[in-house]
Design a protein around this ligand. Structure first.
Ligand SMILES: [Zn+2]
Length: 187
C-alpha cells in the first residue's frame, strides 16, 4: 500500500497526549495501515464485518444507558456499566463531528473477563476498521470481542474497500445515540 501523508497525519493524532492521554497505537510498531489490514483479515476470518462488531458494542452500551453509572446485567451474561466524562473527542481520521467521552465497561460473568470500549472506539471500528494498536489501553482485539461478546453476522456483505481507513462521509449510524450525526455536524 502506498503511504500517503494522510496516514502520517492520522498516526500523529493517535500519539499519546494528542487526542487522548494514552494514545491509540500502544506499543504497536506496525504502521497504521498494517494494523487495520491485519484486524480486517481477522474479522473476515471470523465471518463478521466491522459493522457487526460495532453494532454489538452499541447494543450492549444501549442496554445499560438508562442507568448511567450503575451496572446492569444484560442477557444474564454481562455486567455492563457506562461512564460518561465531560467533553467530547474528534475522530483522528478527521471526520467532522465529535464523540462523547463515554466508556462502556463490560464484564463477561461466566469467565470474569472484562472489556471496555469508548464511543469513539465504536465509531473507529465501524467507519475505519480500526481497533487500536497492540498495548493500547482500549485495544479491542476482534477475536476477543468475538469470543466474549458473540456478535452476530449480518447478511450484509463486507466491502473491504469501505474499510481501508479512508473517512467515509456517511458512516452508518445505529440507534445507541452515542454519536452525533456527522453528516450535519460542523466539528
Ligand atoms: Zn471517523
Amino acid at each position: 500500500m502506498k503511504r500517503v501523508p494522510k496516514w502520517r497525519d492520522i498516526e500523529e493524532m493517535m500519539k499519546p497526549g494528542r487526542l487522548t492521554r494514552d494514545g491509540m497505537l500502544g506499543s504497536d510498531p506496525r504502521p497504521l495501515e498494517e494494523i487495520i489490514e491485519s484486524d480486517g483479515a481477522t474479522v473476515a476470518r471470523l465471518g463478521l464485518t466491522h459493522g457487526d462488531i460495532a453494532r454489538r458494542l452499541e447494543e450492549l452500551t444501549a442496554a445499560s444507558m438508562e442507568r448511567l453509572g450503575d451496572p446492569v446485567i444484560v442477557e444474564e451474561t454481562y455486567e455492563v456499566r457506562v461512564e460518561e466524562a465531560r467533553g467530547s473527542l474528534p475522530c483522528p481520521f478527521k471526520h467532522p463531528g465529535r464523540w462523547r467521552k463515554a466508556v462502556t465497561y463490560c464484564r463477561h460473568l461466566p469467565t470474569g473477563e472484562s472489556i471496555a470500549w469508548t464511543a469513539l472506539g465504536v465509531h473507529m471500528i465501524e467507519a475505519h476498521g480500526f481497533y487500536e494498536g497492540r498495548g493500547s489501553p482500549f485495544r479491542l482485539d476482534p477475536e476477543r470481542i468475538a469470543r466474549l461478546l458473540a456478535p452476530r453476522a449480518s447478511s450484509e456483505k463486507a466491502d473491504p474497500a469501505e474499510h481501508n481507513g479512508i473517512p467515509r462521509p456517511s458512516a452508518r449510524r445505529q440507534g445507541a445515540g452515542l454519536e452525533p450525526d456527522d453528516r450535519n455536524a460542523t466539528g
